[in-house]
Design a protein around this ligand. Structure first.
Ligand code: KG4
Ligand code: ZN
Length: 342
């Protein structure tokens, strides 16, 4: 099945054409086209995403990307199904994608299904990747698993029984971890989005220079909290205005990631998980990927994560999740749902 994925939940307009085969027992995805138009430069002066600006840009970019996608090898008739993100995300931005998808479906007569953005992240471990030996393990042997989804809006732990069934077991009680990266970057005078900037600056700093707190790390629950850590960075810089910023970035990153890794490993052990599935924009962080992989292997747990380009928002993961929703007979209403859960 050739699936056209459409993603406009935040500040990336993305379109992808993916060939999906194998059904629920052994889903496989071949990326035929992967297009992303980033709005980072437009939102940067505001230090974050402005919903109505995002909508305007999506409306402008969607037809351009579709033209690009169908320009050479693929024509509209090569598509079997269209799928679009209906939530969670910024509602004006989501509507731009939904309305575009609806009129495309009408024009082409192709079926249209709604997709949950978080399911896109969750299923991203199924996407083709360059390096990840665990991927050779048959799907049926990967479960039960624990999934950590870390993005700009979410920090979630899921108990995943199989490709159809999961349960949310923990989440952040305040800021998402990506949000903490973005806010700390702002405090440090770095541009939006802060995650990649902090990672870059942190390579020049000492991760053990400043002992920032690691909230809720040792509490026997599955929840997170990142706003206290962010405030500690703010106070530290207020009290030490001449501090080495690379050390601050490295120490903050170290504290945030240590909590994520420690709690995810403990959760996986508590649930007897055979695998840990990492996804979401923050999963592009090299330090998090490396640490969680090392600790998973030490605990004899498989570790699966997509290539970094499929961790940050993209439409390949949406096309994949659309295929999975179709197989699961999961039907999302074709309406923007800003607070849609998983
Ligand atoms: O999944 P995503 O692209 O969008 C949402 O669904 O929110 O995640 C975006 C978040 C931003 O907060 C961004 O700063 C963070 O992911 N991020 C990173 C890195 N790359 C992106 N955080 C830490 N390290 C990175 N390399
Ligand atoms: Zn996302």
């Amino acid at each position: 099945m050739r699936v056209l994925g459409i993603e406009t939940s935040c500040d990336e307009t993305a379109l992808a054409l993916v060939e999906a085969t194998g059904g629920l027992a052994n889903p496989k995805f071949k990326v035929l086209k992967n297009l992303v138009a980033s709005q980072i430069q437009i939102h940067r002066p505001f230090g974050g995403v402005v919903p109505n600006l995002a909508k305007r840009e999506h409306l402008k970019n969607l037809p351009i990307l579709l033209k690009k996608l169908t320009a050479k090898s693929y024509k509209l008739k090569a598509i079997d199904t269209i799928t679009v993100t209906v939530g969670p995300g910024l509602e004006p931005a989501l509507w731009a994608g939904i309305e575009f998808a609806k009129s495309l479906a009408k024009e082409t007569g192709k079926p249209l299904i709604g997709t949950n953005h978080l399911e896109g992240h969750l299923y991203s471990f199924l996407l083709p990747k360059k390096t990840n030996p665990s991927f050779k393990i048959p799907i049926s042997k990967l479960f039960p698993a624990v999934a950590l989804i870390v993005s700009g809006g979410h920090t979630l732990l899921l108990h995943v029984k199989n490709l159809k069934t999961w349960k949310k077991i923990g989440e952040t009680r305040d800021d998402a971890v990506g949000e903490a990266f973005d806010k700390v970057a702002r405090i440090l005078g770095l541009p939006y989005p802060g995650g990649p900037e902090i990672q870059k600056l942190a390579t020049k700093g000492n991760p053990n220079a400043i002992p920032f707190p690691q909230p809720m790390r040792d509490q026997k629950n599955y929840d997170f909290s990142f706003s206290g850590l962010k405030t500690s960075v703010l106070y530290y810089l207020r009290d030490n205005p001449k501090a080495n910023k690379a050390d601050v970035a490295a120490s903050f990153q170290n504290a945030a990631i240590d909590v994520l890794v420690a709690k995810t490993i403990r959760t996986a052990q508590m649930y007897g998980a055979k695998s840990i599935l990492l996804s979401g924009g923050v999963a592009a962080n090299q330090w998090l990927r490396k640490k969680l992989q090392t600790m998973s292997h030490k605990s004899k747990i498989n570790f699966l994560v997509a290539d970094p380009k499929f961790n940050t928002d993209n439409a390949v993961m949406i096309a994949a999740a659309g295929y999975m929703a179709y197989l699961r007979k999961k039907k999302y209403k074709l309406e923007a749902r800003g607070d849609l859960g998983i």
